[in-house]
Design a binder for this molecule. Sequence first.
Ligand SMILES: Nc1ncnc2c1ncn2[C@@H]1O[C@H](COP(=O)(O)OP(=O)(O)OP(=O)(O)O)[C@@H](O)[C@H]1O
Ligand SMILES: O=c1[nH]c(=O)c2[nH+]cn([C@@H]3O[C@H](COP(=O)(O)O)[C@@H](O)[C@H]3O)c2[nH]1
Ligand SMILES: NC(=O)CC[C@H](N)C(=O)O
Ligand SMILES: [Mg+2]
Length: 538
Amino acid sequence: MQHQKILILDFGSQVTQLIARRVREAHVYCEVHPCDVTDDWVRQYAADGALKGVILSGSHASVYEVDDKAPPAVFELGVPVLGICYGMQTMAQQLGGQVEGGHTREFGYAEVRARGHTALLKGIEDFHTPEGHGMLKVWMSHGDKVTALPPGFKLMASTDACPIAGMADEARRFYGVQFHPEVTHTVQGRALLERFVLDICGARPDWVMRDHIEEAVQKIREQVGDEEVILGLSGGVDSSVAAALIHRAIGDQLTCVFVDHGLLRLHEGDMVMDMFAGKLHAKVVRVDAADLFLGKLAGVNDPEAKRKIIGGLFVDVFKAEAGKLTASGASKNGATWLAQGTIYPDVIESGGAKSKKAVVIKSHHNVGGLPEQLGLKLLEPLRDLFKDEVRELGVALGLPHDMVYRHPFPGPGLGVRILGEVKKEYADLLRRADAIFIEELRSTIEPHSGKTWYDLTSQAFTVFLPVKSVGVMGDGRTYDYVVALRAVQTSDFMTADWAELPYALLKRVSGRIINEVRGINRVTYDVSSKPPATIEWE
Ligand SMILES: Nc1ncnc2c1ncn2[C@@H]1O[C@H](COP(=O)(O)OP(=O)(O)OP(=O)(O)O)[C@@H](O)[C@H]1O
Ligand SMILES: O=c1[nH]c(=O)c2[nH+]cn([C@@H]3O[C@H](COP(=O)(O)O)[C@@H](O)[C@H]3O)c2[nH]1
Ligand SMILES: NC(=O)CC[C@H](N)C(=O)O
Ligand SMILES: [Mg+2]
């Protein structure tokens, strides 16, 4: 089925993917593409009539500094266009208005007055001023502003610092907002984006995970034909859902490869094997590659270098396993496809959405870490989906709740949770400390919600700090390592708050770690949010 769609042009903002997230939440399919696609590309993209609207993202740059413009064809397609922040500024400049820099600087919370009774903002407001003006509570992040409206546009919103905080040409259905409707801090952001895609663009809300299964299965069958596939199975949400989906499509042509790189959590290997043997009925091979990974990581301190090494070794292992299928007689030609549970945020965060505009924060091992010459065709059926869509798909495929709602665990595993050089000694200590933390989170219930703290946090783990501090235990002196506990709450992993865990819980965890794990004598709690920190420490 051909889905109607929204095109999001990415100018390099760190929150572009949230625009896509919000559009998908309105059940409208959308894609993010780099802003420097050509006019021909845009016309081709729109040729089948499925394109219902375009959204231009924000950027860290200024319109007068860089040459990033929307392809002019965007304004000639006859579909609605929404510019957000830089997107609004470039729209203004390209259509004959004016943008100036330097003096505004609004970062964070702001109150915007809705003006001009536009179709976009009609009835969308958070409160009224005593004079009766409709007001929106929004999140801003800009230093430049539109100072003259382009011909045909009227004023749609304003703040004290930014008199043109929104503009509209309702005849052509072009809209611009200086604030960011895609972030949750903009209270009516979701309503505004829904208004744009559903009412103004008139896109059909036909993007539903239940229906997506059949489409995805069909596509996998067409892609793969009668060839063999191996899949990197981690036991995490994404690869488990990918495995279930691919297994449904091609059954025994799929072999799952679970790599134990020596950087897994306590008992994780056995648990994953048990879970899959029972639930998935797919072939799973376990590869013990701890010596290989730990050997190659010896002496390496730099986080990006570690990530690239791990990504490369994963591929080496997958390739070797693909070849072994032939040798064992399990398949005629060996596997020709490598499947991964790569999801959309992995792609976007690695700067891999073809756009090279955004700064790379971390290379995810399965995207930025892949070598140029893979030698296997890539099958990534979840590549366009966000995490909660993947979870919805998992439930629809009948996977158990526990599996689908596990906290994510990064592919490089403890490799990015041991700061600097990775050593087996460190990994062994960390595994035990981490197991205690998770066990306590799982067994401590928060009375108001009745939920465990594991369910109330999005991701929680322990980080190993290779520094020693002095302690006193049983009247003796200790000089041992430090660990940090990390627990965050987030809906999209793009921004996150540290979780306000109860002191009693922290106390229990700290007491148990120091008493039970000899070699660690100090436990700290990480109280940094993302941004400016990230969730993992490396
Ligand atoms: N230990 C592993 N063995 C084999 N493949 C792995 C392993 N760890 C990661 N991968 C591959 O890398 C992909 C990306 O890892 P990632 O952690 O993002 O996803 P996941 O583990 O499937 O889900 P989650 O995000 O819930 O942890 C996985 O989907 C899987 O294909
Ligand atoms: O599969 C993965 N491979 C990686 O290389 C990787 N790096 C970070 N993460 C996970 O991504 C989310 C955001 O993490 P950060 O705030 O640390 O960037 C968090 O959920 C992290 O655990 C990874 N997952
Ligand atoms: N977030 C943005 O898109 C900012 C755009 C531009 N850099 C400004 O400061 O106004
Ligand atoms: Mg994982």
